[in-house]
Write a protein that binds this ligand. Structure first.
Ligand code: LUO
Ligand code: ZN
Length: 508
């Protein structure tokens, strides 16, 4: 039986589907609906490589990976999704009551607005089937996949400000409750799945990290000030595909896991742990979604202000200290001058070190000192802290497949946004950002082989506990590009919950 291969892009991912000659129109539609993770009420549209709409049917022309179709979910006729009757009644009663009150008082009192926003948020909850899970009830991974690729759809009727206030209210309400021991332990492992958690829950977990490392007692930080600081950091990350608050949380959580995994609490002073965790938290503040190469080529305000020297990383650090300059957010308020200078210097060094243009400079320094590493040597500790923040920053690939995969799509989406803009403005386009040039498996395989593995294997020489008996790692060299995805899926075998699930070469 002859079959036909269709290559298409959906949610930032290049997919392919195979159809037999005799398959029905409904079969074809179901395959594409599933690939787009579209619900029964979504409308699908397919565009060919020249951008015109084509019909989704068995007569769809076969194509190649280069001339892929683009599959989009263009709308969801949610109005046809019947709300539970009691909710409709509630809305009706509310509307009727409001019109009555309007007659008497000539305006709807605040309580009415409050009630209205409660009904709206309850409605959204129903639609999005979210439920509280952080009290140890893990959300199952099944069909409640959050839409990972596009930035979180903001609720249209709530402004950004109102949305943030809602997150703040949820955060403060939940933060007084106890997190279970199971969640606390899970938080220290690299298999933590950020996709299962809402932003308000992440803020609670960040607070748990600061408390579990005893930073509040050690540095006389009032809980309310820490909460204001964490919420302000949340507000200063932008709603872009990759460098958003979720990325900040992942990097901070990986740093937290590494601190426990490498037993750094007994090798570095608590103040240096505080510098690393807070640097991770702040390292991409107010990222615009366009990297340094773009900033410099487009001669943006940031490039101008920082003379083309790591404009983004300088900005991230400046925004962090801008937040800390607000008394209600200043977690450094009760420190000695000595401590403040140490922390400020450490955060500046660590955040500036996340500029990937300096990757080799920093890694080579670490390679030099690693064989004779001395935990009492100031310079040695400073290099190690930079390495730890760098590792946390780019280690999505060290997480389980289901967690790492969506991050690569988010990253490519941000890179494609940038290269599209560069093409429009006639600016140079970075090859691995060009949607017409990049192939996911090959760019990722080379990133792992040339960037991530050398970094991790050097760190593992200092912390052997990071070594994982992953029998497949060395076969990474052998696997050809297009087997990358299949191979990686099979090779992330956790030897133990606390081992880094890394593709480490048996570098002995
Ligand atoms: C490395 C990097 C730089 C900027 C923004 C994101 C990233 N990350 C990644 N890049 N972070 C995680 C990952 C990842 O898993 N894959 C990639 N892959 C490609 C795009 C890549 O190779 N990026 C890259 C590599 C080296 C470099 O400077 C030495 C800059 C970007
Ligand atoms: Zn980052």
């Amino acid at each position: 039986m002859t079959t036909k291969i269709i290559h298409f892009m959906v949610n930032g991912k290049l997919e392919q589907a195979e159809f037999r000659a005799d398959c029905s129109a409904a079969d074809v539609r179901d395959v594409f609906r599933a690939a787009a993770e579209a619900g029964p009420h979504h409308i699908l549209k397919m565009y060919n490589s020249s951008g015109s709409v084509v019909n989704i049917s068995p007569r769809l022309e076969a194509n190649s990976e280069r001339s892929y179709y683009r599959l989009e979910v263009v709308a969801s006729d949610l109005q046809s999704v019947a709300m539970p009757p009691e909710l409709d009644d509630m809305e009706y009663r509310l509307h009727h009551l409001e019109s009555k009150v309007m007659e008497d008082m000539g305006k709807s009192p605040d309580i009415m607005c409050e009630l209205k926003s409660h009904v709206e948020s309850f409605k959204r909850k129903l639609e999005s089937v979210e439920h509280l899970s952080w009290m140890g009830l893990f959300k199952d991974d099944g069909d409640q996949q959050l839409s990972k690729f596009s930035p979180k759809p903001k609720t249209p009727q709530l402004s950004v400000q109102e949305e943030r206030q809602q997150v703040r209210r949820k955060f403060l309400n939940m933060s007084s409750l106890q997190v279970t021991e199971e969640v606390r332990e899970h938080l220290k492992t690299p298999i933590f799945d950020n996709w299962q958690w809402e932003e308000a829950e992440m803020l609670v977990l960040l607070q748990v990290m600061y408390m579990d490392l005893d930073f509040l007692t050690a540095f006389h930080i009032e809980l309310e000030v820490l909460q204001n600081f964490l919420f302000e950091v949340y507000c200063h990350y932008n709603n872009i595909p990759f460098h958003n608050f979720q990325h900040c949380f992942c990097v901070t959580q990986m740093m937290y896991g590494l601190i426990w995994l490498t037993d750094l609490r007994n090798k570095l002073g608590r103040i240096d742990l505080f510098v690393m965790l807070t640097s991770a938290l702040c390292h991409d503040l107010d990222h615009p979604g366009y990297n340094n190469v773009y900033q410099i080529n487009a001669q943006t305000d940031l490039a101008l202000r920082y003379n083309d020297i790591s404009p983004l990383e300088n900005h991230h650090c400046a925004v962090a200290f801008g937040i800390l300059s607000k008394p209600e957010c200043n977690i450094l308020n009760n420190l000695t001058c000595e401590q403040y200078k140490h922390i400020r210097g450490g955060m500046i060094r660590c955040i500036l070190a996340t500029d990937m243009a300096r990757h080799n400079e920093i890694l080579n320094k670490f390679k030099l000192i690693q064989p004779v590493f001395d935990f009492t040597n100031k310079e040695h500790k400073e290099v190690l802290m930079k390495i730890m923040v760098k590792v946390s920053d780019i280690s999505n690939e060290a997480r389980p497949m289901a967690v790492a995969e969506p991050w690569l799509d988010c990253l490519l989406q941000e890179f494609f946004n940038q290269s599209d803009t560069e093409k429009l403005k006639g600016l140079p386009v970075t090859p691995f950002m060009d949607r017409d040039k990049v192939s996911k498996p090959s760019s990722q395989t080379s990133f792992i082989r040339f960037v991530l593995l050398p970094l991790f294997s050097e760190l593992t020489k200092l912390f052997p506990c990071l070594e994982v008996k992953c029998h497949c790692a060395h076969t990474l060299n052998r696997c050809s590009q297009n087997q990358y995805v299949h191979h990686r899926r099979s090779s992330l075998l956790l030897s133990s919950p606390f081992a880094m699930c890394l593709l480490l070469q048996s570098s002995r």
